[in-house]
Ligand binder design. Sequence first.
Ligand code: CA
Length: 228
Amino acid sequence: MKRILVIEDEPQMRLGLRDNLELEGYEVETAVDGDEGLQKAGSFAPDLVILDVMLPKKNGFDVCRDLRARAISTPIVMLTARSAETDKVLGLELGADDYVTKPFSITELLARVRAVLRRTGSGTPKPTADVIQIGDIEIDFKLHQARRGKIRIEFTAREFDLLRYFVQHTGQVVTREQILNEVWGYEEFPTTRTIDNFVAKLRQKIERSPHAPEHILTIHGSGYKFVG
Ligand code: CA
């Protein structure tokens, strides 16, 4: 049974989410603020965190950052209320995996949760080796960690999935459509520009010179090709 932690201060929203998620067969734990959320992210060991942005004391952005700073790579779906918040989540510099804007339908939220869990879950095909070397970077797909020498490189869960997909298709040209279908899934509708943005982020993290990539190559008119 997949475990979901809901961090939300509004009682009605918190209980509503809990009931609906439990009806879907998830095991649910809730937290009313950021501190309790951080504590339960450790003790409850959720498979996914639903995190509201508007929280008392520490806001959702800070909680998200703190989780990642503690090397907790559990996927996070953020609940946002304003377009400015959405823009911030879309920047994805916080380490969130997805977001839903309030007011949302429970159907929509459940679809996002399923998609994120599927993308990050055990059903994801794994590369042949857990640890691979790309240039001067060592990537451990099992531990979701990457480092260049002693310096740790942080990835969001989705960046990691995309990187894993590239590695699994080393030497092959993959189209943006293939990436959309296989990394994002059919329940979501990102644009091909989203893919390009993620590729740009990955290049910044793994390429020595992001503007002259040696590993994630653009194949004009087709898509991308990863070379190790
Ligand atoms: Ca709230």
